[in-house]
Write a protein that binds this ligand. Structure first.
Ligand SMILES: Nc1ncnc2c1ncn2[C@@H]1O[C@H](COP(=O)(O)OP(=O)(O)OP(=O)(O)O)[C@@H](O)[C@H]1O
Ligand SMILES: [Mn+2]
Length: 277
């Protein structure tokens, strides 16, 4: 009689690559030790995907944020591996992840295609802005979505990178409190300011290096051919469209459904529920 292991072996059969997400050192060692053994058959590439390379892995893909949604975490890892030419379209990839807190507890097999390849890696790594700036702005938006402003849900729009062009395609709604200041996202005081000013209309414009260029900008991009999810309005349309018209990335917190979304190249690339962070 076939055992459980026999039944489930299919899940890992003929894999082109194995992605280990935040493996412990001992778990990772098992895979590496194995690689020096039998070389008679074609071996799957072992890739570590984690916030930091604690296990000295090579190849290694760095996770900029934890990605509580496992699908997003896997997409990021797969795209990072594609970028490094470790996997290509059509490959079979086995991902070993932790769904609940703690050690690896799930094996997920994916075929690399457009459902997996959504541009989530590019959002961080190939944006005009530094990956850490994108991450810091996402974190402010997530914080704001979690707590709201004085307990009430609040919306916000952050346009990150290519700030000169963004300024040219927008106009001021009110005096700019950041006019003469040289402050950057990621600084705790600045994050408090961003949250405070988010009660008012318009968008924040942030430079490639994370400098807050302006608040209260009314964006006037050409919105032709930009698709945004149904039920969302002008804020998301403007946020999506500005990323088609410039090389900026838009991070939008919705007041109506509470989700944080990231747009790039006029496309919705990432959707995060702040309550899950
Ligand atoms: N072109 C724009 N540029 C900057 N901010 C805008 C623009 N259009 C709308 N906003 C801001 O978005 C706010 C909400 O507008 P609207 O309800 O139409 O957007 P939405 O996409 O439905 O977002 P939400 O889900 O937060 O309601 C407006 O009060 C305004 O502050
Ligand atoms: Mn609305």
């Amino acid at each position: 009689m076939a055992s459980l292991t026999d039944h489930l072996a299919e899940l890992v059969e003929d894999a082109d690559a194995v992605l280990l997400f935040s493996p412990t050192a001992s778990f990772h060692d098992r895979f590496v030790a194995d690689e020096t053994g039998d070389r008679s058959e074609e071996r799957a590439e072992i890739v570590v995907v984690a916030p930091a390379n604690d296990v000295d892995a090579d190849p290694f893909v760095e996770l900029p944020i934890p990605f509580r949604d496992v699908r997003d975490r896997i997409r990021f890892g797969v795209e990072g591996a594609m970028e490094a030419d470790l996997v290509t379209e059509g490959d079979e990839v086995v991902c070993v992840v932790s769904v609940f807190e703690g050690e690896s507890d799930a094996v997920i097999r994916v075929t690399v295609d457009e459902t997996v390849h959504t541009g989530i890696y590019d959002l961080f790594v190939e944006s005009r802005a530094d990956p850490s700036v994108i991450r810091d702005v996402l974190e402010v938006a997530i914080e704001l979505g979690k707590k709201g402003q004085k307990g009430k849900p609040v919306g916000a729009l952050f346009v990150v990178g290519d700030a000169g062009k963004v300024m040219n395609k927008s106009r001021s709604l009110s005096y700019n409190p950041f006019e003469k200041s040289h402050v950057h996202v990621g600084d705790p005081i600045v994050n408090v300011m961003l949250k405070e000013f988010s009660r008012l209309d318009g968008a924040f414009v942030i430079s490639d290096s994370g400098k807050i260029v302006s608040a209260y900008r009314y964006l006037e991009p050409a919105a032709e051919g930009v698709d945004i999810p149904k039920g969302l309005g002008a804020r998301h349309m403007a946020g999506g469209a500005i990323t088609q018209d410039t090389n900026a990335t838009a991070i939008v917190l919705s007041e109506s459904d509470g989700l944080v979304r990231a747009f790039k190249g006029g496309r919705l690339v990432l959707e995060i529920d702040p309550e899950e962070y």
